[in-house]
Write a protein that binds this ligand. Structure first.
Ligand code: 9D3
Length: 247
C-alpha cells in the first residue's frame, strides 16, 4: 500500500510513523508513507497557503489551488483521496477494513478554520474521527493510518489478535491479568489459573458480554452473537433488570 499525506506540518508525523506497528510495517515494505508539504505547491512569492474568508468572518481558510496541485503531484490513477474534516462521516473499524484494501490513499489534512469548499470537488471521501475539536487534520491522519496499516497482512505478528479485536466483533474484551497472582489483596480470578481451557473460554465469553452490556450496550445492536452467547446475554439481562429492579 502507498499512503500520501498532504499537510502543512510534515514533521508532525516523524515520531508516530517511525514507531511501533506502523514503523515496522514501513521497514518490512508493507506500506510506503510519504508526506507532501502543501506549501511546496504555492505559486506566489509569499508561498501563501491560506487567505481571508469571502463574506467576512474570523480566521483563515486554506486555499484550493495548492491543495489541488499537491493532489495532482501524487496521482497514479489508483488513488482514493480523503479529506479529513470535522464535517466528514465518522471513521469506524469497518471503514478501516475497507481502506486497508486500497492500493493508494491520499490524505488531505486541513488547518485553520477549514479548507475552501471547492476542495470537496476533487476528494472521494470526507472523514472525521469523532465528535471533538482538533486543531487540524494531522492527529486524525495518525489515527486513520494506524488503524489501516495494522490491518495489512503481516503488520501485526499475531493474526489472531487482529481477528479477535473487540471492535471487529462489536464486543468489548474480557478482563486481562498477568503476574503477580495477588496485588494489594486483589487476586486473579481462580478460573484463569485452573488450566481448564473450556471453563476459561466460557468465563471470558460471559465477562465480555457483561462488560459490553454495562459499558457499551450500543455495540450489542450490531454484534453477531453465537447461540451460546445469546443464551448467556439473556441470562445477564435477567440478572440486571430482574425482580429486584421492579418497583
Ligand atoms: C469549531 C468551529 N471550527 C473552528 C473555527 C471548525 C473547525 C475547523 C477545523 C474545527 C476543527 C478544525 C480542525 N479539525 C480537523 O481538521 C479535523 C477533525 C476534528 O477536529 N475532529 C475530528 N475529526 C477531525 S478530522 C479533521
Amino acid at each position: 500500500m502507498k499512503i500520501h499525506i498532504l499537510t502543512l506540518f510534515p514533521s508532525f508525523f516523524e515520531g508516530p510513523f517511525s514507531c511501533g506497528i506502523v514503523g515496522r510495517a514501513r521497514e518490512k515494505g508493507l506500506v510506503e508513507i510519504r508526506t507532501v508539504n502543501i506549501r511546496d505547491f504555492t505559486s506566489d512569492p509569499y508561498r501563501s497557503v491560506d487567505d481571508y474568508p469571502f463574506g467576512g468572518g474570523s480566521g483563515m481558510v486554506m486555499k484550493v489551488e495548492p491543495i489541488w496541485r499537491a493532489v495532482e503531484s501524487v496521482r497514479d490513477g489508483k488513488e482514493l483521496v480523503i479529506l479529513l474534516t470535522p464535517q466528514g462521516r465518522t471513521f469506524t473499524q469497518k471503514l478501516a477494513r475497507e481502506l486497508s484494501q486500497c492500493e493508494h490513499l491520499v490524505i488531505i489534512c486541513g488547518r485553520y478554520k477549514g479548507v475552501d469548499e471547492r476542495v470537496t470537488s476533487f476528494v472521494d471521501m470526507e472523514l472525521s474521527i469523532g465528535d471533538y475539536v482538533l486543531s487540524g487534520g494531522e492527529p486524525a491522519a495518525v489515527v486513520l493510518v494506524d488503524a489501516v496499516v495494522r490491518l495489512l497482512p503481516g503488520a501485526v505478528g499475531d493474526k489472531d489478535s487482529v481477528d479477535t479485536d473487540s471492535f471487529e466483533r462489536n464486543l468489548l474484551e474480557a478482563p486481562l491479568y498477568t503476574r503477580p497472582r495477588e496485588f494489594m489483596g486483589m487476586k486473579v480470578p481462580e478460573i484463569l489459573l485452573s488450566g481448564n481451557h473450556e471453563e476459561i473460554r466460557k468465563w471470558r465469553m460471559k465477562e465480555s458480554l457483561k462488560r459490553t452490556l454495562e459499558r457499551r450496550p450500543d455495540l450489542l445492536e450490531h454484534a453477531e452473537l453465537t447461540e451460546e452467547e445469546k443464551k448467556i446475554l439473556e441470562k445477564l439481562k435477567e440478572e440486571k433488570d430482574g425482580p429486584h429492579s421492579c418497583i
